[in-house]
Design a protein around this ligand. Structure first.
Ligand SMILES: [Zn+2]
Length: 419
C-alpha cells in the first residue's frame, strides 16, 4: 500500500475513534429544561438588566463577526494566492533561504501578519468593554497583555514549526504519520503545562486564604471524592470586572481557580455553588476528555492536511510544489482556519452538554437550587451576558447553556427534589 493509502486508512481510524470517544464521553442524553420554564425565568429577571446586557452584546456583535470574517479573508488571501509563500520566502532571505529560517521566521511572519490585520477589531472590542465598564484595564495594560500573548505564541509556534518541518525533511513520504503522533502528543503536553507555564504569564495565582469559605470548599471536595490540593485565586480584577472560575490541568497540575472578582462580588454560598460546578468538571474528567478528543482531532487534522495538500489545484493556487515545504504553511493555515469556522458549532454543542452536566453535579452536590439560581443571575448581571441570546448565535458559539436554561434547570431540580 502507498503512503497515501495508509494515510486514508489512518484518517478513517482516527475519525472513527473520535466519533466513538464523543459518543461515549459526551453526555448527549441530557435534554435542556423546558422552554416554558426558561421563559418564566427570563420574566423574573430585571427588565433593565436584560436590556442593558442585550445592548452590550449587540454592540459587540458587529466586531465579533467582522473579526471572524477578516481572519478568514486574511488566511484565504495568504493561503490561496502566492502572497503567503512570498512572505515566507522574504522572511528566510536574510538567512540564505535556510529551511529553518523559512519554517520558524516565515511561519511566525504569516501568523503575525494575520494578527496585525485583525488587531483593529480587537482594539475596537476593548473600547466597548471599557465603555460598558467591564474592562478595568487601560490601553497600556491591554498592550502588555497583547505583547505577552504574542511572545507565548512565538515561543510555542517556533518550536512546533521547527519540529514539524524537520520531520517533513527527515521523512518526506511518512511525515504525516510522525506529524499526527507529534500533534496528539503536543495537545496532551500543553494540557499538562499550560496551567503552570502559561497561565502565570497573565495572572498571579495565590492559594485561597484560610477561613470558613476555604474550609467549606475543601470539605465539599472531600465529600465529592475529588482530590483537590488547593483552591487558587486569580487576580483577574487587574483586567476585568467579570466573574468566573475554571478547572485546568491534568493529574499533578490539576487546579480549581476562582477569580478574585468572584470572591468580591458573590456571597460565600454562591462561590460554593460555582466551585461545586468546577468539581463536576474534575469528577467527570472533562479536561481529560477535552484533551483526548483534542489529541485525536489534531492527529486527524495533520493526516487530512496531508491528503488535502496533495491536491494539485490547491498547491497551484498557493504557488507551491509540495504541502510539506515551509512555503506552503499559509495554505495549511487557510485550511485550518476554514475547518475551525465550520466545526465551531459542533465544538460549542459538545461544550454546552459538558457544562450542563457540571451544572447538574453542582445542584446535586450542594442540594441548593436557590443559591445556584441566584449565582446564575449574578453571573449574567455582572458579566452582562444576554440571558436568552439569539438562537443562531447560541448554536454557533455558545460554550455554556444560557442563563435562562441554567435557571430553569435549577427550578426543575427543585421540583424533582421537592417531590
Ligand atoms: Zn464549567
Amino acid at each position: 500500500m502507498t503512503p497515501r493509502g495508509w494515510a486514508l486508512l489512518t484518517l478513517a481510524g482516527l475519525l472513527a475513534a473520535l466519533v466513538v470517544a464523543a459518543a461515549l464521553l459526551v453526555p448527549w442524553h441530557r435534554p435542556p429544561a423546558p422552554r416554558a420554564d426558561q421563559l418564566a425565568a427570563l420574566r423574573d429577571l430585571p427588565a433593565e438588566q436584560v436590556a442593558r446586557s442585550r445592548e452590550f452584546r449587540a454592540a459587540l456583535r458587529p466586531g465579533g463577526w467582522a473579526g471572524l470574517a477578516l481572519g478568514l479573508l486574511v488566511a484565504l488571501v495568504l493561503g490561496l494566492t502566492p502572497l503567503g509563500a512570498r512572505l515566507v520566502e522574504l522572511a528566510g532571505r536574510p538567512f540564505g533561504d535556510h529551511w529553518a529560517a523559512r519554517a520558524a521566521l516565515g511561519g511566525l511572519a504569516v501568523l503575525l501578519v494575520a494578527d496585525l490585520l485583525t488587531l483593529p477589531v480587537a482594539a475596537w472590542r476593548q473600547t466597548i468593554l471599557t465603555r460598558y465598564g467591564l474592562s478595568t484595564q487601560g490601553w497600556a495594560g491591554w498592550a502588555v497583555d497583547l505583547l505577552k500573548s504574542y511572545a507565548v505564541s512565538a515561543v510555542i509556534g517556533a518550536v512546533v514549526l521547527l519540529g514539524f518541518y524537520a520531520v517533513t525533511r527527515l521523512a518526506p513520504r511518512w511525515w504525516w504519520a510522525l506529524g499526527a503522533a507529534g500533534a496528539a502528543g503536543l495537545v496532551v503536553l500543553l494540557s499538562f503545562v499550560l496551567p503552570v507555564l502559561v497561565e502565570p504569564v497573565f495572572n498571579r495565582f495565590t492559594p485561597m486564604e484560610q477561613g470558613p469559605l476555604r474550609t467549606e470548599l475543601m470539605a465539599m471536595a472531600a465529600r465529592d471524592g475529588v482530590p483537590v490540593r488547593d483552591v487558587l485565586v486569580a487576580d483577574a480584577s487587574r483586567r476585568t470586572r467579570a466573574v468566573n472560575a475554571y478547572v485546568s490541568g491534568l493529574g499533578p497540575t490539576r487546579r480549581v481557580v476562582v477569580y478574585d472578582t468572584l470572591l468580591r462580588e458573590a456571597t460565600p454560598d454562591e462561590v460554593t455553588s460555582v466551585v461545586a460546578h468546577e468539581l463536576g468538571h474534575a469528577r467527570d474528567r472533562d479536561v481529560a476528555t477535552g484533551t483526548l478528543t483534542g489529541a485525536l482531532g489534531a492527529a486527524a487534522a495533520v493526516v487530512a492536511l496531508y491528503l488535502l495538500g496533495s491536491a494539485g489545484p490547491l498547491l497551484r493556487l498557493a504557488g507551491v510544489e509540495d504541502i510539506a515545504e515551509p512555503r506552503a504553511f499559509p495554505l495549511l493555515i487557510a485550511l485550518v482556519t476554514a475547518v475551525g469556522l465550520v466545526t465551531a458549532p459542533a465544538q460549542a454543542l459538545v461544550s454546552r452538554r459538558v457544562e450542563a452536566r457540571a451544572d447538574a453535579h453542582a445542584l446535586a452536590l450542594t442540594g441548593d437550587p436557590a443559591t445556584f439560581e441566584a449565582m446564575q443571575r449574578r453571573l449574567a448581571g455582572v458579566n452582562l451576558a444576554d440571558p436568552d441570546p439569539p438562537r443562531w448565535e447560541y448554536l454557533y458559539s455558545a460554550s455554556h447553556p444560557s442563563t435562562v436554561e441554567r435557571m430553569a434547570a435549577a427550578r426543575a431540580y427543585a421540583r424533582e427534589a421537592g417531590r
